[in-house]
Design a protein around this ligand. Structure first.
Ligand code: NDP
Length: 323
């Protein structure tokens, strides 16, 4: 089968398309025929050796994908050959077949195409945890969604609207903001708006936002704190700018602010939290009330280009590879 193999850390140039043996599932594992792979910032960072966990080489990237069950290892129950599944937290998705632990499989509503199913796990689970489990948002509150046309951003806008929140969407261009408006964002600003903090205050009737989903970091992080209402919360989900932010804890005291970090990988290790998130999202996806936004789609051999386009801020929705 064809697979992308990484033997040394680096940029897109280290992704090598190879012919390798089809992997065999061991006990507790499932082999999935991969139909679509969602590309995340985390994949790009892992290949560069800059992710939160150490990258073990050689490896085939691809932590999020969708396809059908191709073979079951010993002791796997609850799945059958041919069943459509999404996978979260495996590796090896950038190949024709991948072997993953059965625990990495998620159910896929019939209504989703393979690319939509591949666009769902990371972004929607993260958005759910940010808005609900860690963000404690309540209907009628105001949430600021950064990079709102991206994979996580589009998921966050849709989920926030389905929860009855008011959404202020930020993105780098008006074209991207239109994507957020089409998904229901109430107010939109380009992220380089000079008086952004004042504009957010105005839009929220002078109070400020209740919640900011922070994915950019860097010097803009202070703005995220400044635009909060009293008792507001910032959920730190990413640092796409790859610049450091400064946080002075004493500053949080004055307005009783909260800053919370979110890492999907560790949240999914809590079975109850994972079950709650999947139970919330599955009916919304099945009914079409939220719809994963499929972005640009590439062939396996074009994955390097996909990485560059994601880092170069040229994409909207989830970047997809079809092996
Ligand atoms: P996106 O599809 O959102 O693409 C990234 C977007 O980030 C860009 O399109 C761009 O939007 C924005 N951005 C802002 N500054 C930069 C920069 N300097 N370089 C590149 N992009 C920039 O990607 P993802 O949905 O995969 O991820 C979004 C963020 O969320 C990332 O920081 C990622 O690490 C994080 N994340 C974290 C998770 C966790 O568990 N903590 C889980 C999922 C995602 P614009 O042009 O509009 O500014």
């Amino acid at each position: 089968m064809r697979a992308l193999v990484v033997e040394q850390l680096g940029g897109p140039e280290v992704l090598q398309l190879r012919d390798v043996p089809v992997p065999q599932p061991g006990a507790g594992q499932v082999r999935v025929k991969v139909e679509a792979v969602g590309i995340n910032f985390a994949d790009v960072l892992a290949v560069r050796g800059e992710y939160l966990t150490r990258t073990r080489l050689p490896m085939t990237p691809g932590m999020e994908f969708a396809g059908s069950v191709d073979a079951l290892g010993e002791g796997v129950m609850g799945f059958s050959v041919g069943q459509r599944v999404a996978v979260l937290g495996g590796v090896g998705g950038l190949a024709e077949f991948a072997v993953v632990p059965a625990g990495a499989l998620l159910p896929v509503p019939e209504s989703l195409s393979a690319p939509e199913a591949a666009a769902f796990p990371v972004s929607y689970l993260t958005a759910f945890f940010a808005l609900s489990t860690l963000g404690y948002s309540r209907a009628g509150e105001w949430v600021v969604v950064q990079a709102a046309a991206g994979a996580l951003g589009t998921a966050s806008v849709q989920l926030a609207k389905s929860m009855g929140l008011n959404v202020i969407a930020l993105a780098s261009s008006d074209e991207k903001l239109q994507v957020a408006r089409d998904l229901g964002a109430d107010v939109t600003f380009t992220s380089d708006t000079a008086d952004l903090v004042d504009r957010v205050r105005e839009a929220t009737g002078g109070r400020g936002a209740n919640l900011v989903l922070e994915v950019v970091g860097g010097k803009g992080f202070q703005g995220s704190l400044d635009m909060l209402a009293p008792r507001g919360r910032v959920i730190v989900i990413g640092a796409a700018s790859r610049e450091p932010s400064t946080l002075r804890p004493v500053e949080l005291m004055k307005r009783n602010l909260t800053v919370t970090g979110l890492w999907l990988t560790s949240l999914m290790q809590d079975p109850e939290a994972a079950r709650e998130a999947v139970a919330f999202l599955t009916p919304l996806l099945a009914s079409g009330q939220v719809r994963p936004q499929v972005g640009p789609t590439y062939a396996l051999a074009e994955t390097g280009q996909a990485f560059e386009d994601l880092l170069g801020r040229r994409t909207t929705g989830k970047v997809i590879i079809e092996p």
